[in-house]
Design a protein around this ligand. Structure first.
Ligand code: SAM
Length: 286
């Protein structure tokens, strides 16, 4: 017997018009739609007069339900999976289902469409040729700070999902750990109150001061600056700062040592070190 096909269907992230003609056709043609939240998906289906039966598959029943649905796929039933919004599996359930289906040699077909991270990148004004997506930042401050520390030297544009309640605290951590970088905060993309705030972390934080922040938020942060040799400026500065803890070392000694260790021209290191020293507040400069 021929197996059914599993379609992974992207749905709108707000505006119900953001759905492809193919997605509408597939949702109509399959025998069953598995949805993260059947009530939410029903609204979309009603808007397009689709009456395909719905069943729920969410993060609390994903494994058990996948096994059940894979039996149906093995019997020849075509099934579509949709999450609450955007693309399944992207900070949403879907991965376990897809993985199980592949292990049973079931054909998995993507029906591409909206992803909030990509929509936010598109309007960020930051480089989008390559980027890193981190999904949600840890909610606990310590863990969030740890993660930010670990990505300090990432030179690609970075994209995060964030809750409106944590945005201010997150921006404060970003400023402390990554520095006053260029960012874009996109809120309620494709919806009535869509807006994108652009500027440095401090500028955007300032414009949010005293405001009640509501809605769905995607945060885009510029990558770490690189010097001409492609090394991260952060890395050079961090190494310089570490080395100068030794009171015996002069700036010249440190620059020589870093040039050797990092296999970089002395001139380049010296330029970065001078910029760094010049940026320091007077009482810290040595
Ligand atoms: N699967 C979805 C996708 O493809 O983008 C993401 C689901 S994740 C559970 C939901 C998060 O995505 C929100 O908390 C917010 O950070 C971001 N998001 C979703 N819709 C958005 C929108 N319209 N504008 C800005 N960010 C959005």
């Amino acid at each position: 017997m021929q197996k059914g096909t599993l379609y992974i269907v992207s749905t709108p992230i707000g505006n119900l018009e953001d759905i492809t003609l193919r997605a509408i056709r597939i949702l109509r043609e399959v025998r069953l739609i598995a949805a993260e939240d059947t009530r939410r998906t029903r609204i979309l289906l009603n808007a397009y007069q689709i009456d395909t039966p719905l069943t729920s598959l969410h993060d609390r029943n994903e494994l058990k339900k996948s096994i059940h649905l894979i039996a149906r796929l093995n019997e020849g039933m075509d099934i579509a999976y949709v999450s609450d919004a955007g693309t399944p599996g992207i900070s949403d359930p879907g991965y376990v289902f897809v993985k199980q289906a592949i292990s049973e040699s079931i054909k998995v077909v993507p029906i591409p469409g909206p992803v909030a991270a990509v929509a936010a990148l598109n309007v960020s004004g930051l480089p989008m040729d390559s980027f890193v997506f981190f999904a949600f930042l840890p909610t606990r401050r310590g863990k969030r700070q740890q993660l930010l520390e670990s990505i300090k030297e990432e030179s690609k544009t970075m994209v995060f999902y964030e809750s409106p309640n944590r945005l201010v605290a997150t921006l404060q951590d970003v400023n402390e750990i990554l520095g006053d970088r260029e960012i874009a905060v996109s809120r309620e993309l494709t919806k009535i109150y869509e807006e994108t705030l652009r500027g440095t972390v401090r500028e955007v934080s300032e414009s949010l001061r005293g405001k009640k922040i509501k809605g769905e938020i995607t945060l885009v942060i510029s990558g770490a600056a690189r010097d001409r040799s492609g090394r991260s400026v952060e890395e050079i500065r961090a190494r310089f700062q570490e080395a100068r803890k030794d009171p015996e070392s002069s700036t010249r000694d440190i620059v020589d040592a870093l040039s050797e260790e990092m296999n970089m021209p002395r001139k380049e290191i010296y330029r970065q070190v001078l910029d760094f020293i010049n940026e320091e507040p007077d009482d810290e400069a040595s």
